[in-house]
Write a protein that binds this ligand. Structure first.
Ligand code: DAH
Length: 314
């Protein structure tokens, strides 16, 4: 029996043998029942056998349980010879990357970064920008209004006003941020990124504007960029232009709007237009990122799809 117990290597079998020995109809149970017929020595021997067997079962049970646990642990054991898990490092989002690059270029030109709220009041988003209520130019931008009359910022131009109100002149600032309009297709999303530059001082001219735009684009795209300007209309600039840049394939790409800050805008910020003048420009920050990194769907910028970012080289 002892040998038999030692050979058993699983709990079910051990339990079966235990029951066959000590159970109601077990062999040991039967023998114990006959104990009264035995002499003293034989009784003592049976008692000893009984105790020893029970202990043997018990210790074999512990051994088997330990073996089972060790086998399970072994399966989970750390194997330092295995290859490491593939690394999934985070990267900088193309929009953030473009923001860093544009900011550092403009800072090197002496511009200071500004920000403003994304929920704007009517004054900063429209009225101070020479676009009072009922001005037809408000139709150029499909705006999201809030019930209290505020608006989701439709243009970073609102930040020009905030900056001029706060620091006055001379001023040389730029802002990059999200803007909102009711538009949606492959090149438009309801939320999109804009950037804005503003330089007001004595004797600032259109030449400064064009030179700044050209230098900014050339630095950003790391080559000499040719630009073209076309007359346009914005309520907050006079004269107003739109500017295009020549792309690799020889085509002109529309980039943004600019002009000399309208005297009314300066007056709205308590700046004397007879003494000061300046330029402002605005264009798509996300569009710049698309062009530079060769991405074709603006909506993807805001999807948070890591696979797309990785496939796009980020
Ligand atoms: N805010 C204009 C827009 O969203 C772009 C723009 C045009 C900005 C002319 C300017 C500017 O600063 O001078 O369409």
């Amino acid at each position: 029996m002892q040998e038999q117990i030692k050979k058993i290597d699983n709990l079910e079998e051990l339990q079966a043998l235990y029951t066959a020995t000590f159970g109601k109809n077990g062999t040991m149970t039967a023998r114990l029942k006959q104990m009264k017929d035995l002499d003293n020595d034989a009784r003592a021997a049976l008692n000893r056998e009984n105790t020893e067997l029970r202990e043997l079962f018990k210790s074999r049970q512990t051994e088997i349980e330990n073996d089972v646990m060790m086998a399970a642990l072994k399966g989970e054991m750390l194997d330092p010879s295995l290859n490491p898990m593939p690394e999934n490092r985070g990267t900088i989002h193309p929009l953030t990357q473009a923001l860093y690059e544009l900011s550092s270029i403009l800072e090197s030109f002496g511009f200071t970064v500004w920000t403003g709220p994304e929920v704007e009041d009517d004054w900063h988003n429209f009225t101070a920008l020479n676009t009072p209520k009922h001005h037809p130019a408000r139709d150029m931008q499909d705006s999201f209004f809030l019930e209290n009359g505020n608006v989701m910022r439709t243009q970073t131009s609102a930040i020009q006003i905030r900056a001029m109100e706060k620091v006055g002149v001379p001023i040389k600032v730029f802002a990059i941020g999200s803007t909102y309009r009711k538009e949606l297709d492959a090149t438009h999303t309801c939320m999109f990124g804009q950037m804005e530059g503003l330089y007001v001082d004595k004797n600032i001219t259109m030449v400064d504007l064009i030179g700044t735009l050209r230098a900014l684009l050339s630095r950003f795209f790391n080559r000499d960029i040719e630009i073209r300007i076309r007359p346009s209309y914005f309520p907050f600039t006079e004269p107003s232009i739109e500017f295009d840049m020549k792309w690799d394939n020889g085509k002109w790409l529309e980039l943004g709007g600019a002009g000399m800050v309208h005297p009314n805008v300066l007056k709205n910020c308590n700046i004397d237009p007879n003494e000061y003048q300046g330029f402002a420009f605005g264009f798509g920050w996300d569009r710049m990122a698309m062009l530079k990194y060769g991405l074709d769907d603006l909506r993807k910028f805001y999807d948070g799809d890591v696979r797309w970012l990785k496939n796009s080289g980020f």
